[in-house]
Design a protein around this ligand. Sequence first.
Ligand SMILES: *Cc1c(COP(=O)(O)O)cnc(C)c1O
Length: 358
Amino acid sequence: MSRILNFSAGPAMLPVEVLEAAKADLVDYKGSGMSIMEMSHRGKEYEAVHDEAIANLKELLGLDDAFEVLLLQGGASLQFGMIPMNFLGAGQTADYVNSGSWGSAALKQARLIGTVAVAADCEKDVPTRVPAPGDLKLTPGAAYLHLTSNETISGAQWKAFPSPNAPLVADMSSDILSRPFNAKPFSLIYAGAQKNLGPSGVTVVALRKDFAEKESKTLPTMLRYSTHIENKSMYNTPPCFSIYILTLVTRWLKAFGLERMHQQNAEKAALLYQRIDATAFYRGTARKECRSDMNVTFRLPTVELEDLFIAQASKLGMKGLKGHRSVGGVRASIYNAFPVAGVQTLVGFMADFEARNG
Ligand SMILES: *Cc1c(COP(=O)(O)O)cnc(C)c1O
């Protein structure tokens, strides 16, 4: 087997145990004589997979019956539009935190729908950061407050969340289930699966039922949360295969333990940040207090050295280290499924590269 060390920001590495299990089931799913991709989504085999994904997510996120978990399509990007379409009515204002590329993308979509106030703007700050929970300028009576728990491109992550009076909505695409979750302050969270949960094609939304009831009553059926709540995310054909993999990933995470996963994620990130801070050769691009455990971003002294670093790492089987085209630099994405040993390999390479080029 020749698996590379895949540092891609998404779609990202999946647990090899999950891929092996999917491979074993692929052609003949549990004696059904067909794959999970070929069977009716209304049949009992698929239904069990679908229900387990929802139950596992509810358990891992520690959600009580005040919440519904939905499995939708259209990515986090469709949620950027669906949230204001449903919850930002005429005469209302929604507060948005602009903490980077994704916060800004969500905000732009909300502006197409209604009135938006920027609760904090640090999109362009260098070093990059997210605001402190106490530094937000909140609109009294806001329809909701939207934030991005982890800015995947810049590598800045919220370590503690605000508890506003308004319903709190969060894009958690790149750090959902990387650490234990306290649902208390949140009314709606969402995440495209392809970073930390599974393959692309399915988007996890968890929302409070009483918040969902505030939705707009004039939207097309597919754009309403109530449609998906009432139909257990099976109003239309769900992305069955993506949800099947999501079920396997959540099963894997339950067996590993979320608290233990958090510790492992923190250890992986600490290994890289310690190496970055060891000398002046590497320079972390996020403020220390909000450095991401998922996307570790750094620069080298010159762009030429960055290109050389990425090319040499690639030859050694470390792929996907190039920073997002909008910011450059190096980005090591080390989600749940990324192995500790892979981080150690990168840290060793960083020392070696510096010795040769520093
Ligand atoms: C990747 C990403 C998105 C976009 O997700 P899609 O599923 O491709 O729409 C949105 N927000 C964050 C924080 C992301 O990391």
